[in-house]
Design a protein around this ligand. Structure first.
Ligand SMILES: *[C@@H]1O[C@H](CO)[C@@H](O)[C@H](O)[C@H]1NC(C)=O
Ligand SMILES: *[C@@H]1O[C@H](CO)[C@@H](O)[C@H](O)[C@H]1NC(C)=O
Ligand SMILES: *[C@@H]1O[C@H](CO)[C@@H](O)[C@H](O)[C@H]1NC(C)=O
Ligand SMILES: *[C@@H]1O[C@H](CO)[C@@H](O)[C@H](O)[C@H]1NC(C)=O
Ligand SMILES: *[C@@H]1O[C@H](CO)[C@@H](O)[C@H](O)[C@H]1NC(C)=O
Length: 409
């Protein structure tokens, strides 16, 4: 058996286990629900104080009796004192219709007819900017939050989300600084997945309350939509978030190092830091995943941008980026698009060596890939699958003694 096969088996066994737990939980409660119940009850999974607050304001109809005495208390917080600001409450996600029809206006142009099908598809729907939400958590940003961890994920990668919640995505308070976590998802791009996984996702959210989902297809070229939807969501709901970490669901992250870095950078205005590329050239080789035809981008260089695997930005900057994004046409590569938004704002992202989102070292077999002392000194490292992430996390957070302190911070 190859490692790949083993991994596949591990995945299907985990899925079966997860399904069994879901079924058991539902049966134990004496009712096989058809799922409709989740939709209402899901909203009740929040802090009691917050729940009261929202009910008084008429946001949610029922109470969360279902959750009373439930052991599944995931949020590790000592005190919660939601500061509800008055101007924010009047707003909400204002997109309710999904129908945006394709724009065939340019189909007869020469430059268009020679494009690959995926770029044609992208261009037909490029003008469709915002979609409704299928899972929302308006309460997530209540109160002062020091660091909001935002993770791009897809519906089938529940095992990655599971490990992240246990490791670097754990919601906690460190030295009075609140850390919260959210996962960003679109709709499944495959019919079978939509049927089987959507209900599981809703159940997962009902347990953890940390999923945002929008009604656009979760495809590679739609990752930019995930970026713009998050920026809009953040601008709508999160007035008191100091910093955002945004990353992929297959990276290693050191929360401790992030906090240390942020402490040292508290005076930096419009902080945006990551694995920044300056003067990157658009890729013109058709077989590359990041290939871009000249018809779509005709300049020789991209503006500076940070690898989407993981970067840090200041909350107020995220709101400005939302404004900037609205002045631009969507671009199929999400991290480049964000670089274009930064350019509009004339903010230069900072490059830092503790962000390794374009791979750790060139040589895949290098010992560094398995060296916990190296990870201990990093902020983000691409790319680790769930079991490796768990192992590495445990090693880095054990009584690890690193003789040679790798100085990057
Ligand atoms: C099952 O659900 C139905 C309708 O939702 C409800 O009337 C009934 O009391 C429930 N049964 C139990 C055992 O909770
Ligand atoms: C959306 O679609 C429905 C039917 O599918 C149609 O009646 C409605 O006019 C459409 N709305 C817009 C804004 O195009
Ligand atoms: C397509 O062209 C028509 C006519 O020029 C214009 O009214 C329409 O807004 C265009 N559609 C889009 C989506 O830009
Ligand atoms: C992006 O999502 C929209 C809405 O689901 C879909 O119509 C469009 O085809 C997707 N675009 C790409 C390039 O996959
Ligand atoms: C590059 O593209 C822009 C907008 O798409 C266009 O206005 C400009 O003329 C193009 N420049 C060249 C050299 O093709």
């Amino acid at each position: 058996m190859t490692t790949r096969d083993k991994w596949r088996m591990y995945k299907s066994v985990s899925l079966m286990f997860f399904l069994a737990v879901v079924t058991l939980t539902v049966v134990q409660r004496g009712n096989i629900s058809t799922g409709e119940q989740f939709q209402i009850e899901r909203h009740t999974r929040m802090e009691p104080a917050m729940e009261g607050e929202l009910q008084r304001k008429g946001f949610y109809p029922g109470t969360g009796r279902f959750w009373k005495g439930n052991k599944l208390k995931v949020v590790e917080e000592t005190t919660e004192d939601p500061v509800v600001t008055s101007n924010r409450r009047s707003k909400g996600w204002d997109v309710t219709s999904s129908n945006c029809s394709a724009n065939y206006n340019f189909t007869s142009s020469d430059w268009f007819t020679n494009l690959e099908p995926n770029f044609k598809q992208f261009l037909f729907y490029r003008h469709c900017r915002y979609f409704p939400m299928t899972i929302n958590h308006p309460e997530k940003c209540s109160g002062d939050i020091h660091l909001l961890m935002v993770v791009k994920s897809i519906i089938t990668q529940y095992d990655r989300r599971e490990v992240i919640r246990k490791t670097w995505g754990k919601e906690q308070v460190i030295n009075g600084k609140r850390i919260k976590t959210l996962f960003l998802l679109g709709a499944s791009s495959n019919e079978a997945e939509r049927a089987n996984h959507q209900k599981l996702l809703e159940y997962e959210d009902y347990i953890y309350g940390d999923i945002l989902q929008w009604d656009f297809l979760d495809t590679f070229f739609n990752l930019t939509l995930k970026e713009t939807h998050f920026l809009k969501w953040f601008s709508t709901y999160c007035d008191n978030v100091r910093y955002i970490f945004k990353g992929d669901d297959d990276v290693f992250v050191s929360v401790e190092n992030i906090l240390e870095y942020l402490e040292a950078s508290r005076d930096v205005k419009d902080l945006f830091v990551g694995d920044v590329l300056f003067k990157a050239k658009p890729i013109r080789k058709k077989e590359n995943k990041y290939y871009i035809p000249v018809a779509l981008y005709n300049k020789t260089h991209y503006p500076p941008y940070a690898g989407g695997g993981g970067f840090l930005m200041a909350g107020p900057l995220a709101r400005k980026l939302y404004g900037a994004s609205e002045t631009l046409e969507l671009y199929p590569i999400d991290d480049v698009f964000l670089g274009m938004c930064l350019e509009v704002l004339q903010v230069t992202p900072i490059k830092h060596n503790a962000f390794k989102t374009f791979g750790l070292v060139k040589n895949k077999n290098s010992k560094l890939n398995k060296e916990p002392c190296f990870y201990k000194s990093m902020i983000v490292v691409h790319k680790l699958l769930p079991k490796d992430l768990m192992n590495m996390w445990e090693m880095v957070n054990s009584d690890l003694i690193c003789s040679q302190k790798v100085q990057v911070l």
